[in-house]
Design a protein around this ligand. Sequence first.
Ligand code: HEM
Length: 402
Amino acid sequence: MPQQETLPLEAAPYLDISNPEYSIRSPEVRAARDSSWYARTPYGLAVLRHHEMGKLLIHKSLRQGSHAWPEHNGVNEGHFAKWWGETILVTEGADHRRLRQLVNPAFSPKTVKKLLPEFERITNDLIDDFIEKGECDFMKDFADPYAGRVLALLIGLPEELAGEILELSASMGLALGVTYKQSLPEIEAATEKMYALVDSVLEERIANPGDDMLSMLASASQGEDKLSREELRNMGVMLAFAGVDTTRNQLGLGMSMFLQNPVQWEILAENPKLDMAASAECMRMRPTITWVTREAIEDFEFQGLEIAKGTTLHLFSESAGTDPEAFPEAQFDITAKRDKNYGFGGGMHLCLGQIVAKNDMAVAYRILSQRLTAPKANGQATYLPDSGNTGPTYLPIAFAKR
Ligand code: HEM
């Protein structure tokens, strides 16, 4: 049973999360969570339990911690670093509130509801391409093109550009890994190309707004206030960057949960209204973003622990999502009533695209379960390392047509 009290810093467990072999799901992390709500790491502190993660996500003494990443990697200039330094994710305070107020309406449930038939069309199209074979690589044949085509639809680019968006966002994503500096030429080229893609539609959307989110953002205003041209470009690139890799990885991780739990697949097929619950339950147990980063902007005390200004905190969403205190019936169960999970982060920086993502994944799981029998593993899957941003790279499955 987890202890409630706070251990002194020197007695807290130590997790070497800088080791590439380290797994966020390891028995070591589970044991650390049983003995303490936090652990020490080479980067700062790791927060392991659901209750504390919820409180710290909204704590006023913390800011989003990803702003210093390029600098930490010795990169102080270039297209990616400049773009990153001005994204909504690293903006704080009044500037961040202004941006969220302007862009939030474009991501409302009402806007997303209109997109559901399109998500269904894309799902069915992709299934049509592989269903007769009785097998596929779920990543290459479904998760990759689905995430790319949904994003193209959102920002109003032709769906044929889905492959390019996927490749560019993956190359830009190298900037968030440990090989940032070595991959700099690829990252810089991809950032420039992504800007060019966004620019290619922006002028047109400003002149003739359509139904897509970029058009909505271009005409978004609060009184006299509007997004500037530079803010629009930055946001367009951010949507493509933040929305594609996350969605493909999360879909793949969800499929890996169903592979281990075929009964749940059948439950979903028979109860399509459970699709949103299925989408949330996959993320609770297998979040693609396994931790979100925060940084202390002042010295403060939290549950008896003194946290110094500048301390980095990694809030472990996977560990919080499987915390027995919050989820006593821990097994994967799409019918269970669950407390919220933090796979989309929380507080001021809660994922802007979370309603889109929850819904597009729900549609995908629902239609897949209705058209395919419970999938079986069809070879050895491969995965990205288990920490940071994770997901399958190859996920061969076999099934029958219903
Ligand atoms: C399964 C898919 C997705 C996952 C797992 C995910 C996860 C996250 C996480 C963990 C954060 C950081 C939250 C924090 O620091 O507290 C975030 C932020 C963000 N996400 Fe997502 N995301 C997904 C899809 C999307 C999509 C589809 C879009 C847009 C089309 C999007 C746009 C953003 C933006 C703009 C932010 C920054 C918000 C801010 O700082 O105010 N995401 N996302």
